[in-house]
Design a protein around this ligand. Structure first.
Ligand code: ADP
Ligand code: MG
Ligand code: ZN
Length: 480
């Protein structure tokens, strides 16, 4: 038997913090960071005698996420207590949802290695986040309750993934969707988008699922990918060695590049779920659902298709642009008035993306408005400036924020498309470059490149390259 005789089965539980201003059951701020224990109150720290009041925005955001992932919405939903003791959870229970989550049975389509695949969403429920334990070396642990009561959605998938590639593509897509619908800032480095990876292996062709392990709180897609690759091999080896995989929680140890056991099923909690008595059921009308549906912007898949059809750009380029909603908005605005939508896409993908990091791409942190890019593309398209001068004008726009036309005028960058002016120069270049001319006459086609280069040098890049090329050939042919 070899690794190839096995298949990997993965299901994800993704936690995403909602971007409400205040917490799920009180008025404390949800802002990240802050002095420890300054963003909390008796309600979010679970003092006896306090009563929670559900933040309506949490329900709205969760439904929005559900609709964007093709879920059905439970019009009658409720919250439940999940009981367990841990120092970062002062109430000793977490308010979550058990049998009636807000959203259920959705799906998200992903494309991996050119094949489309549907990942089914089992449910999306709301719950409160816990605090944070900070382990000080030698001094024990201290606790920061600021995160207690920050609203979360948990998105649980069916075990529909069969590789780390599937998982990577899905997590990227899900994150993009949540950013499009604007319900979470999905900052993996701040823990506002993290996932638990459940993984089992089985012999190819087997119907039954194998025993799974769960790797908790992966806060980087790269770590999740590495953990999956390691854990799949580990489980296969256990089975090949004649053993059984133990159902347990494991942790990815990034420094050692392995997964390590945290607790096995024997120690697993019985959460003793029961309906939360302090909170009313959540009843949502069809009107409310329709209203939320209307607030959802056009999603990346639909935009991708539309860009290919309307703007005639490649699927590959369209995907790079729709990956960031703000960039996609910028693209549409710039392309709509432009004479070359493909060129607009190229400028964004090469020059703009090249200057921005991930976060800046998400915010479309571009120092000029879309109409500047439109203008640049259009003056290249109509021959006012050459493409290579265009690159210089772009840099100037980026740095000074000036309009391309203004820069072209100020610096005298207009393309020379005047035949008589070019003819003079062509004669000069031919006289001064005898060797290249002879090479060309003797059939070395590439020699024309050197002559064009001389023309560009003489005109500081302003000569119309197409005209220069034609003129050079014509003039040399006449010499023959
Ligand atoms: P729990 O709530 O105890 O974590 P669930 O049954 O709700 O368990 O499953 C949690 C996640 O584990 C889901 O994403 C599900 O798809 C996945 N999962 C369940 N069984 C398996 C398995 N045998 N192999 C891989 N993933 C699994
Ligand atoms: Mg789980
Ligand atoms: Zn509070």
């Amino acid at each position: 038997m070899s690794y190839l005789d096995y298949e990997v089965v993965i299901g994800l539980e993704v936690h995403s913090e909602l971007k409400t201003k205040t917490k799920i059951f009180c008025n404390c701020t949800t802002e990240f960071g802050g002095e420890p224990n300054t963003h909390c109150c008796p309600i979010c720290t679970g003092m006896p005698g306090t009563l929670p009041v559900l933040n309506e925005k949490v329900v709205e955001y969760a439904i929005k996420a559900g609709l964007a992932t093709n879920c059905s919405i439970n019009k009658f939903s409720k919250q439940d207590r999940k009981n367990y003791f841990y120092p970062d959870l002062p109430k000793a229970y977490q308010v979550s949802q058990y049998d009636l989550p807000l959203c259920y049975e959705g799906e998200v389509e992903i494309e991996v290695n050119d094949a489309a695949k549907k990942i089914r969403i089992n449910r999306i429920h709301i719950e409160e986040d816990a605090g944070k334990l900070i382990h000080e070396s030698g001094e024990g642990s201290i606790v920061d309750y600021n995160r207690c009561g920050v609203p979360l959605i948990e998105i649980v998938t069916e075990p529909d993934f069969s590789s780390s590639d599937d998982v990577r593509v899905f997590l990227e897509k899900l994150r993009t969707i949540l950013l499009y619908v604007d319900v979470s800032d999905c900052k993996m480095n701040e823990g506002s988008f993290r996932c638990d990876v459940n993984l089992s292996v089985r012999k190819k062709g087997d119907k039954e699922l194998g025993t799974r392990t769960e790797m908790k709180n992966m806060n980087s897609i790269n770590f999740a990918v590495k953990a999956i690759e390691y854990e799949a091999k580990r489980q296969i080896k256990v089975i090949e060695d004649g053993g059984n995989v133990i159902q347990e929680t494991r942790r990815w140890d990034e420094s050692r590049g392995i997964t390590v056991s945290m607790r096995s099923k024997e120690e697993a909690h019985d959460y003793r779920y029961f309906p939360e008595p302090d909170l009313m059921p959540i009843i949502t009308s069809q009107e409310k659902i329709d209203e939320i549906e209307k607030s959802i912007p056009e999603l990346p898949d639909s935009r991708e298709k539309r860009y290919v059809e309307e703007y005639k750009i490649t699927k590959y380029d369209a995907r790079l642009i729709v990956a960031y909603k703000n960039m996609a908005d910028f693209y549409e605005e710039a392309a709509n008035e432009s004479k070359n939508c493909k060129a607009v896409a190229n400028w964004i993908i090469t020059e703009i993306y090249g200057r921005l990091n991930e976060e800046e791409k998400e915010q479309a942190k571009i120092p000029f408005k879309p109409d500047i890019l439109t203008e640049l593309v259009n003056i290249i398209e109509d021959g006012t400036i050459s493409n290579s001068i265009g690159k210089k004008v772009f840099v100037d726009c980026w740095e000074s924020g000036k309009r391309p036309i203004e820069i072209v005028q100020e610096k005298g960058l207009k393309q020379i498309s005047d035949n008589s002016q070019l003819e003079e120069l062509v004669k000069e270049v031919i006289d001064n470059n005898e060797k290249a001319v002879n090479d060309f006459i003797n059939g070395r086609e590439a020699a024309i490149g050197a002559l064009v280069g001389q023309m560009m040098k003489a005109t500081k890049g302003k000569a119309n390259p197409k005209m220069v090329n034609e003129l050079l050939r014509k003039t040399i042919n006449e010499l023959k």
